[in-house]
Design a protein around this ligand. Structure first.
Ligand SMILES: Cc1cc2nc3c(=O)[nH]c(=O)nc-3n(C[C@H](O)[C@H](O)[C@H](O)COP(=O)(O)O)c2cc1C
Length: 186
């Protein structure tokens, strides 16, 4: 698959098969992902490849957060359990964090660079036949989630990436044509 096809056909995958993803597969993807551009060569990213215990711990935090929105205690417990089980059962999950520079300009650039590494990882996975789903949200700043993943002070989680063989590939979501959002400035 060439780069253009990978860009065109990548999708966020919601369901994965039970095929495990090996350490070698993940290492290969991370090795290419780190070629992402980054200003001043700060290379601000850090990857934490979560094993089943860490995925469950993260899932328990996520589940507890989702359960808080459910009024009925029984239903809330079921939600918490389902979410934790779902995260633990993922074939692979990678928490991507960035170093927080004191300089806001560098911090912003580093965030952009870290998201480029995230996209590289997703595209590289896709090119090797693996699906991914980027997840973000307020959970990333939750101290319980940070502890579950092992992120130290001075780093921020910017995304978690779920990864595995796609059980189903969703249809492409409609996009605005590039021409609609492009201005050729003379
Ligand atoms: C920065 C970023 C954060 C995202 N966070 C979430 C998320 O928290 N939950 C989710 O279901 N999808 C998340 N997504 C996936 C988007 O919903 C998805 O990319 C979008 O619906 C387009 O679908 P596609 O990736 O299949 O083209 C995120 C994507 C990006 C780029």
């Amino acid at each position: 698959m060439d780069a253009l096809e990978a860009l065109r056909t990548r999708r966020s995958i919601k369901q994965f098969t039970g095929r495990p993803v090996s350490r070698e597969e993940i290492e290969r993807l991370l090795d290419v992902a780190v070629h992402a551009p980054n200003h001043r060569m700060t290379q601000p990213w850090h990857f934490r490849v979560l094993g089943p215990d860490a995925r469950r711990a993260y899932g328990e935090v996520l589940g507890a957060r989702k359960a808080k929105k459910v009024e009925d205690p029984e239903a809330a417990r079921a939600v918490a359990e389902k979410v934790a089980d779902g995260e633990a059962a993922l074939p692979a999950m990678i928490a991507v964090s960035m170093t927080l520079d004191e300089n806001p300009e560098i911090r912003e650039e580093d965030y952009a660079a870290t998201m480029m590494v995230v996209q590289n990882l997703c595209l590289a996975a896709h090119a090797t036949g693996l699906g991914t789903h980027i997840k973000t949200g307020a959970i990333m700043d939750d101290p319980r989630a940070r502890a579950a993943v092992g992120v130290p002070e001075g780093e921020r989680i910017v995304a978690t990436i779920q990864m595995g063989e796609a059980a189903e590939v969703p249809a492409a979501k409609p996009r605005r044509q590039a021409a609609e959002v492009t201005t050729w400035v003379p």
